[in-house]
Design a protein around this ligand. Structure first.
Ligand code: FRU
Length: 486
């Protein structure tokens, strides 16, 4: 694995020519996704500035151009009319000011209907590499250019550590104020959400206080990327707790969870109904963000980074890694959060598959197992039926197990290669979305989800399924442009 010096990781991109050669080489990779967003070169991580504005969905990602390494971060801009087909727009926000000299870190979008604002964390470091995070704003001009406000909205709060970032902006009808939620860490190393409020989007921000989340004071040592949305009258608080292990996550110390409950902006309290739940049970899912500006109060839209901090993936050798998950629709059904792939995904279906043991590298599968029995399904197994990405279900324990330890390429194996999903109801239905280097499972119409990167080799191109499983499938069309736009 390549060792990067700080100078290499924090190099400033001078022109598109700096990475044109890299792009041409990466384009030939057998693992380039076809209907998931991915970096043109280098590394993509968190989704940023996800917002619907004047008929267009804007979605940015954290981008480091040089390789599969976390260095100087830019916001890379993509757009879509339907959340299914995406186009590259090039760099959105550059780390080119004093306040973001070492990276434009994560944040959110907010549309007033007329104007679109992007709120982000300016990651400033001094000569001694001491970090000061600033909360900043930029406006998307009609020309497509993003223009930064000359001054940050505010700097860090002295009672917390340097970890204060990822502004999520919301407007609360009851108090008629704007709020910024920031992911933070207290000095005794606990995960927190800080809240700032203002009567106006662009000025007058003051520290309102720390969000109280009774019962969850000890869940992790830092909460990254808090995001909140109201669905059918209920609030959903999503965040990424770090520095702790949690049930069903093996040795992982980075997670993405949600709480259902009630957000009270007046008293800065989120009262949860019940325990936290994993937003996704998979190996590679983090920093999820709700889209702003969704005009339907019964549905939220969310996407996440298909990856985890500190993890490494086989395409690192090709100088790129990362992808965003499919955007999902979230609804409340019988007081439970249900996540489904975005409705328009069906428009990508080409002809139905004739399933004859070989598995295409880009497809959608539907597994119907209405008899509620144990089952075993192996994707990308070898010709003799061995190996593969194994999904199995035990009806006695109601546990679904996903095991990637039998694949040829191993990655992040030290964190565990097998994860379990505890099902509340019997597992009867499974939708599987396979792209060139990923697989996403939606179980029982979205009661649980599982996201994983996957890098099958040439020999891994079959599947094996228990005979009682009914399988249907479709080839899927390409939906993201892989154009070189910088
Ligand atoms: C989450 C995160 C954010 C930060 C960004 C930097 O993955 O650590 O908290 O803003 O990544 O790339």
């Amino acid at each position: 694995m390549k060792e990067w010096t700080r100078e290499e990781r924090y190099r400033v991109l001078q022109s598109a020519d700096d990475i044109r050669g890299l792009y041409e080489a990466i384009k030939k990779s057998d693992y380039r996704q076809t209907y998931h967003l991915q970096p043109i070169t280098g590394l993509s991580s968190d989704p940023n500035g996800f917002v619907y504005h004047k008929g267009i969905w804007h979605l940015f990602y954290q981008w480091c151009p040089w390789g599969a390494v976390h260095g100087l971060k830019y916001w890379y801009h993509t757009v879509s009319k339907d959340l299914v087909h995406w186009e590259n727009r090039g760099v959105g926000i550059y780390p080119d000011s004093f306040y973001d000299n070492k990276g434009v870190h994560s944040g959110s979008g907010f549309s007033t209907g007329e104007d679109l604002y992007l709120f982000y964390t300016g990651n400033h470091r001094d000569d001694n590499w001491v970090r000061t995070p600033y909360t900043c704003v930029a406006k998307l001009e009609d020309s497509g250019e993003l223009v930064k406000a000359p001054q940050p909205l505010f700097g860090p709060h002295e009672n917390y550590t340097e970890h204060q970032r990822d502004p999520k902006v919301v407007y609360d009808e009851e108090t008629q104020k704007y709020y910024i939620l920031l992911g933070a860490q207290s000095k005794d190393l606990k995960g927190k959400v800080l809240i700032y409020s203002s009567d106006s989007l662009l000025e007058g921000w003051t520290f309102a206080g720390e969000l109280q989340v009774p019962g969850f004071e000890n869940l992790g040592g830092m909460w990254e990327c808090p995001s909140i949305e109201r669905i059918s009258g209920k609030d959903v608080l999503v965040f990424s707790p770090q520095y702790t292990t949690l049930p069903h996550r093996n040795q992982n110390t980075n997670h993405n969870v949600y709480l259902l409950g009630k957000m009270d902006y007046q008293n800065l309290t989120f009262t949860a109904e019940g325990d936290y739940r994993h937003l996704d049970y998979g190996f590679d899912f983090y920093a999820a963000q709700f889209a702003a500006g969704v005009k339907d109060s019964d549905r939220a839209i969310l996407t996440a980074w298909m990856g985890l901090p500190d993890n490494h993936y086989p395409t690192e050798a090709e100088d790129w890694e990362g992808s965003l998950t499919l955007p999902r629709e979230l609804r409340l059904v019988n007081n439970r959060l249900i996540q489904r792939p975005i409705e328009g995904m069906a428009s990508l279906r080409k002809q139905p598959l004739t399933l004859d043991k070989e598995l295409p590298r880009v497809c959608e599968l539907e597994v119907l197992n209405a008899r509620k029995q144990d089952f075993d399904l192996r994707l990308f197994s070898k010709k003799d039926g061995s190996g593969g990405f194994r999904i199995s279900y035990d009806s006695k324990t109601k546990l679904c197990t996903v095991d990637r330890s039998q694949m040829d390429q191993h990655f992040n194996a030290e964190l565990g290669e097998c994860l379990t999903i505890p099902m509340e109801d019997e597992l009867t239905k499974l939708a599987v979305y396979i792209d060139k280097s990923s697989v996403e499972l939606f179980i029982n119409d979205g009661q649980a989800t599982f996201t994983s990167h996957l890098y099958p080799t040439a020999a891994e191109k079959y599947y094996a399924a228990d005979s009682h499983l009914e399988l249907k499938g479709w080839l899927l069309k390409q939906a993201v442009s892989d154009d070189f736009v910088v």
